[in-house]
Write a protein that binds this ligand. Structure first.
Ligand code: OGA
Ligand code: NI
Length: 355
């Protein structure tokens, strides 16, 4: 092991052991970011295209305008892999309270945060900086508080008191919204409305809340590295005013500016796999920012081997008219293991499972 590698590893360890996260660095008044947050120059070489916009789909009058809405969902899911929804039924106060809850926790006393600091994947409530801190090429400028909500929610006492009530309220609202979205997506694929639900796409929920502190050198690092999401679908609540989310489209970045009151929806890897590539799980990232903090909450509809021991492969109803499967059948523990070992390095985990 070279000296430089050794230094980097111990620097990371020392940082992690403070358990105070990136927020702790900012509170200490640093003006330069630690070296292990610096990304290689190539990270910033792709340009941003301001021509395209991620569509906003209005869900108002969903019963009478269903066909039209399904068509918009299909179009967006096959191109950008991303869309936003307005009039989705989740009250704005619930969204605001969720953001406030995350903020209160991260801005709470370090001693309080330490109680939840962990990297143990068996824990239902976790606070840490970067799930891949020890394995990634460069660290990301964000802290995270995450909850395994479904199928078996944490006990109330396991959740920090400052956000306890809202985490349950928010999750149950998002679970319902997720069920509606999976119906629309089933229909968009030409399947019966409950097809994806029957495949247990709504069974597992991880609520992952991010806090992106203001960064003194945002041009050197990222809030979240380029990645696609591992589960079936993600419902993301962005910050109210601070942007940074970008989606890769035709090899250029498209900004997804904050749209207060809307959710950002994106297709994730397992849905691309079971739709046989019809719906796209698209890479995205979050820029670091001088302003902040930026708050977001990603609700991942996902599953893992403890929930389901069946393999997932392309849906057979989609393999008509001579269409061949492009992906193998995948066992979930195998998929999760591959995704994790790969880290957020920008390559799709799905390539590994292509036929
Ligand atoms: C994620 C993600 C974007 C954001 O958690 O997978 O892409 O805005 N988050 O925090
Ligand atoms: Ni993501």
């Amino acid at each position: 092991m070279s000296n430089t590698t050794y230094d980097r590893a111990s620097e990371i360890k020392a940082f992690d052991e403070t358990k105070a996260g990136v927020k702790g660095l900012v509170d200490a008044g640093i003006t330069q970011i630690p070296r292990f947050f610096i990304h290689p120059k190539e990270t910033f070489s792709i340009s941003t295209n301001h021509q395209f916009q991620i569509p906003v789909i209005d869900m108002k009058d969903i019963e009478t305008k269903r066909k039209e809405i399904v068509e918009k969902v299909r179009e967006a899911s096959q191109t950008f892999g991303f869309f936003q929804v307005a009039n989705h039924g989740v009250p704005i106060e619930v969204m605001d309270k969720m953001r406030d809850g995350i903020k209160s926790f991260i801005e709470d006393d370090v001693e309080e945060k330490k109680k939840y600091h962990s990297r143990d994947p068996n824990k239902k409530v976790l606070h840490n900086t970067n799930f891949d801190l020890y394995t990634s090429q460069a660290a990301n400028w964000r802290d995270t508080l995450s909850f395994r909500i479904a199928p078996q929610p944490p006990e109330p006492e396991e959740i920090p008191p400052v956000c306890r009530e809202i985490v349950f309220e928010y999750s149950s609202r998002l679970h319902k919204l997720g069920e509606v979205l999976f119906e629309l997506l089933s229909e968009a694929l030409g399947l019966k409305p409950d097809h994806l639900k029957e495949m247990e796409c709504t069974k597992g929920i991880n609520l992952v809340c991010h806090y992106y502190p203001p960064c003194p050198e945002p041009h050197l690092t990222l809030g979240t590295s380029k990645h696609s999401d591992p589960g079936f679908l993600t419902i993301l609540m962005q910050d109210k005013s601070i942007g940074g989310l970008q989606v890769l489209y035709q090899n250029q970045w498209i900004d997804v500016p904050p749209s207060p009151g809307c959710f950002v929806i994106n297709i994730a890897d397992l849905l691309q796999l079971i739709s046989n590539g019809k719906l796209k799980s698209v890479e995205h990232r979050v820029l670091a920012n001088k302003e902040g903090p930026r708050l977001s909450a990603a609700c991942f509809f996902t599953t893992h081997s403890s929930l389901s021991s069946r393999p997932y492969g392309p849906i057979k109803e989609l393999l008509t008219d001579g269409r061949a499967p492009i992906y193998k059948q995948v066992f979930l523990d195998e998929f999760a293991k591959h995704y994790k070992s790969k880290g957020l390095d920008g390559k799709s985990a799905l390539d590994h499972f292509k036929l």
